[in-house]
Write a protein that binds this ligand. Sequence first.
Ligand code: URA
Length: 223
Amino acid sequence: MIHPEQQRRAYLQAMGIDVWLPRVGDDAGLTEGSSAAAGLGWPELRECVANCTRCELSQSRTNTVFGVGNPDADWLIIGEAPGAEEDRRGEPFVGRAGQLLDQMLFAIGQSRDSVFIANILKCRPPHNRDPKPDEAAACREYLERQIELLQPKIILAVGKIAAQNLLGSDDPVGRMRGRPHQFGGIPLVVTYHPAYLLRSPSQKQKSWSDLCLAMQLAAEVTA
Ligand code: URA
C-alpha cells in the first residue's frame, strides 16, 4: 500500500514541484530537496529502505540494515556501512567491532537497546570497500529522516566515513575528534571507529574522552 505522504510527493514530483525536507534545527547539515522519505513514520521508512533500489548496492545486498535501538533514544550512534555479518543478519555492528561498541556504550551507562545505532549506508559495499559519494548521497535522506524522527540529544559519529559525510569535511578523525560539532542543530561528537580501536587499542583513551564530551553535551540539552 502506498503511504499517503509518498503519494503526495509523487504528485508533487510529477508536477515538477520541489518538495523541501524540514530541518531538524537551525543549523544547516541536512539536505534540502525532494525526498521520498520526508514525512514518513518509522514503519513506512523501514519499508521504504527495505525496498530501496537507488544505488547499485541494492543488487548485491542480502538484507538492508535499517538500524536498531530505541526510537526515543537520546543517543544516536552513526557508523559507516554494514559488513558481511551485518548484511547477513540485517543488524548493524554485530561483529567484533560491534562487541567493542557495546562495551563503549556500557561504559557510559547505555546499551544497544537504549541508544539508536545506524550507518551512513543501509547496504553493504562489496568487499567492505568505502562507500562511494553517490551511494552516501542516495542513502542520506533515510538517515536524515531517522534523525528527524529520533531528535536525539547527541550524535556520536564513529569513524572517518561517518564523520566526513555528516560534517562535509575531508579532515581525518584525529582533527575532528575531541571537540563539539553540530548536525542540523544537534550536538555531534566524532570518535574513532571501534574496528580501528581493535587495531590500535592505545587510542581507546582518546575515545573515552570523546565519550565523556558527548555525555557532557547530552546533559546540557534540555529534555
Ligand atoms: N558494522 C556496521 O554496521 N557499521 C560499521 O561501521 C562497521 C561495522
